[in-house]
Write a new protein. Structure first.
Length: 135
């Protein structure tokens, strides 16, 4: 608090943090957007401290979910990143747990066979709870 923010601090846009940068052109803006479209789950898990997670075997669970494709061949989302995105939308829009379960069931049905998306609010919450994220 006395010295201000760490110089190594990175804006964490996955939690809704907005970055106000002046853009010279639409190209600059799209290049910047592409920078943050990557899945940074691995980095986020490492930032929380592997030592703390190893004590309760939570680290391995998070690591597995962060490297498990949402469905075979999916390069955009891991199981963990998809659940995190969906919970973020749920929280921003005030969805009930019941409506969220219905959405998960529907998405599970329309995603390709072999997908790892949980089918209930309870199952999805078990994936995030080790991160101490409350929605």
């Amino acid at each position: 608090m006395c010295d201000g923010f760490l110089k190594s601090y990175k804006a964490w846009t996955w939690h809704g943090e907005v970055i106000d940068l002046p853009y010279g052109s639409e190209t600059d803006k799209s290049e910047y957007s592409n920078m943050y479209s990557e899945d940074c789950m691995e980095e986020m898990i490492c930032d929380t401290g592997e030592e703390n997670f190893r004590q309760t075997h939570v680290y391995d669970s998070l690591k597995d979910n962060s490297t498990t494709d949402l469905y075979p061949g999916c390069l955009s989302f891991s199981c963990l990143s998809a659940v995190l995105w969906l919970f973020n939308i749920k929280a921003r829009n005030g969805w009930t747990d019941k409506s969220f379960t219905e959405l998960l069931e529907f998405l599970h049905e329309i995603l390709p066979e072999g997908n790892t998306l949980p089918t209930s609010h309870y199952e999805a919450k078990k994936i995030l709870c080790p991160m101490s994220i409350e929605y």
